[in-house]
Design a binder for this molecule. Sequence first.
Ligand code: HEC
Length: 153
Amino acid sequence: MIKKYTIYIFKYTLFILTLITFALPVNSDMSVEEIIKGRKALFSKNYSTAKKVQALASKGDFEKAKTLMIEMSKNYKILLEYFPENTKEGFKTEALPIIWEQKDKFNNLMTKSSTDMIKLTKVIEDSDDIRRTLTQLMWSNCKACHSKFRAPH
Ligand code: HEC
């Protein structure tokens, strides 16, 4: 009786593990080309979104600006998955090898950029210097990462 139950649990666990294994790696079925081009597209998207955030916040349209801040925050989280080991070169990537030597630092910076965008949604309205607040919580993160992890372009 106990044995039968153990086997049942074992099979069930195996089934769940299989599910997780196939569901987790977001990029498992993406080629190197798709991943590199995909992350470039996401960064470009974030750049144009950041410019919109700046424009909207500057004219006091905070609700729209906040929606876009949240979008940027999410994109940074997605970007965490776009730097697997096999995408160090090719397809005109500007990603520097130091990313993989200091993966924790790189990921921390990406995560900080993401949480800073959420912080921004909370403080932007009460800021008495919108430009400065945007520099501190949005633009400075681009620079901090690029100066170390992205090739000069
Ligand atoms: C944690 C690191 C990190 C942060 C934060 C970051 N970037 Fe980047 N960015 C990169 C890396 C690495 C690349 C190179 C990607 C590649 O070529 O594979 C890149 C590439 C780009 C590109 C070029 C995309 C292309 O088509 O080649 C643009 C534009 C860009 N980033 C804008 C921004 C802006 C604007 C911000 C801030 C709002 C930002 N990035 C924040 C790391 C970062």
